[in-house]
Design a protein around this ligand. Structure first.
Ligand SMILES: [Zn+2]
Length: 429
């Protein structure tokens, strides 16, 4: 039996997600904290792709198996699918957003002036019937959320330009999520022909991150692409899984009969790029949890980035006498768009502080006599604390709010997904 990956224990203990035994394997349930983290990531990656120039669309989650184009596609690239029986037809659940977007592109009028045309969808979900033995936690699922962008370009020159920019986009998106280049390995897969003709271009990709990358060369093109990169996260058990990827597809414009009108009014075949700027959203959460675990092994206090932390500030009154004051402070922080809660339970102060630590809460503010009289908060800053020494700082409510605002700049915000008072919360395990 394989070891349980650290992120599986963490997703349960932090009440993020768990297996759903009443569903098929590889379909999870998300608790309020998990739903929050997931939806913040979903919104963030979507905004980054729209900012990049994509047009968001929505396509069906199931398609007709006997549709002529799709049937040819499925024969060429068999994937493990879920099959549904409809009235008289059979449907398959999508395993990517490619076909939905290609079908839109097929029916669209596109001219050279429009290119590049970028279509984007965040699929919730894409389905892949992975083998049961391969399924694990948030790493490999049968239903996953995928930011999926397809870029239609006029020729290989434009394809290379886009590929280069999307490579950089992926680096930036992962970095803002909390995954640095040292957290993943870069792999490039390329056909020999493409490499021979574009050596300089392939090498220019190596220069971006200034670290060694794996280049795999194929004598023949097995798939639809001539060039692809992958960022592979390596976890605590030394398993690698792909996050971001971009591919240059030279086959599907033909298969789906996608064309554009060139300067002379003639119909031309474009090239298409497939891009997932972050990889599956579930896999980003997996990577963040595994990373936090690996940091804890090195003696660093584990935490999530502040913008993704379900509770950003916990206010703890030293005794019941200070509860009203604690709530007042929390209300003020909440008005400033900070996810804040109050530990109003009938427990010792030491236990409350310990539990805030076990929940990885970035800022823990204690309120007692001294604080009320002095008009400040005593805040423990997790990012600056160690196992041995807690970093405690006196701060005003304003200073704390301003610090968090700066840390979360440019990121989406959603309110606390649970009651503010801890005593009012159910426990999800
Ligand atoms: Zn695709």
């Amino acid at each position: 039996m394989d070891k349980i990956p650290p992120h599986v224990e963490l997703m349960r203990r932090l009440q993020i997600a768990d297996y759903e035994p009443a569903s098929d394997s590889g379909h999870l349930r998300y608790y309020p904290k998990g739903r929050l983290i997931k939806s913040l990531l979903e919104e963030f990656v979507t905004l980054k792709c729209i900012e990049y120039g994509a047009m968001e669309v929505e396509t069906p989650i199931m398609f007709d198996r006997s549709h002529p184009t799709l049937r040819r596609y499925l024969e060429r690239f068999p994937a493990r699918q879920y099959i549904l029986k409809g009235d008289k037809r059979e449907f398959f659940l999508r395993f990517a957003a490619c076909f939905g977007q290609f079908l839109i592109a097929h029916d669209s009028v596109i001219t050279y002036r429009n290119l590049p045309v970028r279509l984007y969808e965040l699929t919730r979900y894409s389905f892949r019937k992975e083998q049961r033995g391969e399924l694990v936690g948030l790493r490999r699922l049968r239903a996953f959320t995928m930011p999926d962008m397809h870029t239609i370009v006029k020729d290989m020159e434009q394809a290379k330009e886009e590929f280069f920019r999307q490579y950089k986009l992926a680096v930036e998106v992962l970095r803002e999520i909390g995954l640095e280049p040292e957290d993943y390995e870069v792999a490039i897969r390329v056909t020999r022909d493409f490499y021979e003709e574009n050596k300089e271009f392939v090498h220019s990709l190596v220069d971006i991150l200034k670290k060694p990358i794996l280049v795999e060369m194929w004598d023949q093109r097995f798939f639809y692409f001539v060039l692809k990169f992958e960022f592979n996260f390596v976890d605590a058990l030394d398993k690698a899984s792909a996050l971001s990827t971009v591919q240059i597809d030279v086959e599907n414009a033909e298969r789906y009969d996608i064309s554009y009108v060139d300067e002379n009014g003639e119909k031309k075949r474009p090239i298409i790029l497939h891009c997932s700027a972050s990889g599956a959203i579930e896999r980003c959460i997996y990577a963040l949890l595994e990373k936090a675990h690996m940091q804890a092994e090195k003696g660093i206090l584990p935490m999530l980035p502040v913008w993704l932390s379900p509770t950003q500030v916990r206010v703890i009154p030293v005794s019941e006498r200070y509860l009203d004051k604690a709530i007042e402070i929390a209300e003020e922080l909440r008005r400033r768009k900070i996810r804040v809660d109050v530990d109003d339970r009938d427990e010792t102060l030491a236990k409350k502080i310990r539990e805030a630590g076990r929940e990885w809460i970035p800022y823990v503010a204690v309120v007692g006599e001294e604080e009320v009289r002095g008009g400040f908060l005593t805040v423990t800053i997790r990012a600056e604390s160690t196992l041995k020494e807690q970093k405690r700082v006196r701060m005003s409510v304003d200073e704390l709010a301003e610090r968090i605002r700066r840390e979360c700049e440019g990121k989406p915000f959603k309110p606390l997904p649970l009651p503010m008072l801890l005593s009012q919360r159910p426990s999800f395990r």
